[in-house]
Design a protein around this ligand. Structure first.
Ligand code: GDP
Length: 443
């Protein structure tokens, strides 16, 4: 996951400060030296690092901080606020035209994730009750048009295409007209990328820009490329007047430098972050939440928002009732897994919880989607009766389930044991809540 190294290093700097009742100027200097190294190692632009450290130092060395009751905490707070500022301060929202449709032009180098992000953005807008149109303007990359059409089909968003023999400027122009004619309120224009920033590419983008006069020009950059992403953003911005940046591949083990430098270097705010290949892995970028994630303080707000948007409240209540009455079956287990999956990949959910990155063993815990898939396969290979009365699942049945789900007997045994433990715990819990004292859980 992104920022892991940076978070770890910053936390060790702060835990030293936190332990101190009094903080001297030397302590602050030493801490800032380490913060500086941590940021440089995370591939943050060196000038950005220099300014950042100077700002934090200036605030931290003030009399109030050093004489405060908890100087360490106050300094962490200063770093948190400055990190937030560095990434733009407040959330930069997507532009909205006074008169629809709002035109969004996507730009970026090949492979940055432009086409994928166009689809994700359409999905996000659609979730907000908008009617987007995707325009296939990348006529050079083989299969880019097809890729957009497949994405559009998947999310039921119309895709405007004129094949690859018509100029991108003409496609953009006709696409916009198509949106107007069909009363669509957002137009997302996918454009061609190149391997490097070049004259010809910029010229084409400028022409499209002049023709459709977009309300928003979003540059898609790959966060994994670190400083390169920032340099690319800088050169695009000099020629195209970007209105925002989308950082992709933040789910990978990027060191995070791009997220922390892009706004400071280019002046362009990061508007969205992409955290995976799936169609719903795009989120509005919140600087304050990102800062708190980087500092290992979790991002409960994003998690709560996700839960509210995706989890069925009635189902959650029913599940709670079942757990309390220890009526939980394998069917409920599957259902619960489905709900959790809607929140996104498990490791990203864990990442949003405060302190999870520090929690013992969490780093090595790889609960990936594939593993969830295997668990699901096991449960689905059970008969109806087995699901509701797991106690009947004997050795022979386990062998059958393992064969049916393409897993091993050991995996089936493990899952059933976990499920039993869980049920026993629930029983005990509900007993306690009923004031009965509960039975002793046998281990
Ligand atoms: P384009 O050339 O800029 O249009 O790039 P594509 O949209 O085709 O994306 C290039 C590759 O990056 C594809 O394999 C995408 O699935 C992948 N990709 C895009 N965004 C993300 C992301 O946020 N996370 C990950 N892991 N992969 C991504």
């Amino acid at each position: 996951m992104a920022f892991e190294g940076l978070t770890g290093r910053l936390q060790s700097v702060f835990s030293k400060l936190r332990g101190k009742g009094k903080v001297s100027e030397d302590d602050v200097n030493e801490a800032m030296r380490e913060v500086r190294l941590a940021l440089l190692e995370a591939d943050v632009n060196f000038k950005v690092v220099k300014d950042f450290v100077a700002k934090v130092k200036e605030k931290a060395i003030g009399k109030e901080v050093m004489e405060s009751f908890t100087p360490g905490m106050v300094i962490i707070d200063i770093v948190n606020k400055e990190l937030t500022e560095l990434m733009g301060g407040t959330q930069a929202k997507l532009a909205k035209a006074n008169k629809p449709p709002t035109v969004i032009m996507m730009a970026g180098l090949q492979g940055a994730g432009k086409t994928t992000t166009s689809g994700k953005l359409a999905k996000l807008l659609q979730k907000g009750n908008h009617r987007p149109l995707l325009v296939a303007g990348d006529i050079y990359r083989p299969a880019a048009i097809k890729q957009l059409e497949v994405l559009g089909e998947q999310i039921k968003v119309p895709v405007f295409s004129l094949g690859d023999k018509v100029s991108p400027v003409e496609i953009a122009k006709q696409g916009l007209q198509h949106a107007k004619d069909n009363n669509l309120d957002y137009v997302i224009i996918d454009t061609a990328g190149r391997l490097h920033v070049d004259e010809e590419l910029m010229e084409e983008l400028k022409q499209i820009h002049a023709t459709v006069k977009p309300d928003e020009v979003l540059l898609v950059v790959d966060a994994m490329t670190g400083q390169d992403a920032v340099n690319v953003a800088d050169s695009f911005n000099k020629q195209l007047d970007l209105s925002g940046v989308v950082l992709t591949k933040l789910d990978g083990d990027t060191r995070g430098g791009a997220a922390l430098s892009v706004k400071a270097v280019t002046g362009c705010p990061i508007k969205f972050a992409a955290l995976g290949e799936k169609i719903d892995a795009l989120e509005p970028f919140h600087p304050e939440r990102m800062a708190s994630r980087i500092l290992g303080m979790g991002d409960m707000l994003s998690l709560i928002e996700k839960a509210q948007a995706n989890i069925d409240a009635d189902k959650a209540k029913e599940m709670e009732r079942k757990m309390r009455n220890a009526e939980f079956t394998f069917d409920d287990f599957l259902e619960q897994m489905d709900q959790v999956k809607k929140l996104g990949p498990i490791d990203q959910i864990l990442d949003m919880l405060p302190g999870m990155n520090k929690a013992k063993g969490m780093k090595d815990l790889k609960v990936d989607d594939k593993q969830m898939g295997r668990v699901e396969a096991i449960v689905k290979s059970m008969t109806k009766k087995e699901k509701s009365q797991p106690e009947i699942i004997n050795h022979n049945r386990r062998k059958r389930i393992a064969a049916g789900s393409g897993t091993s007997l050991a995996e089936v045994n493990r899952l059933i044991k976990q499920f039993d433990d869980m049920r026993r715990m629930m029983k005990q819990f509900s007993g306690m809540m009923g004031g009965m004292g509960g039975g002793k859980a046998s281990k």
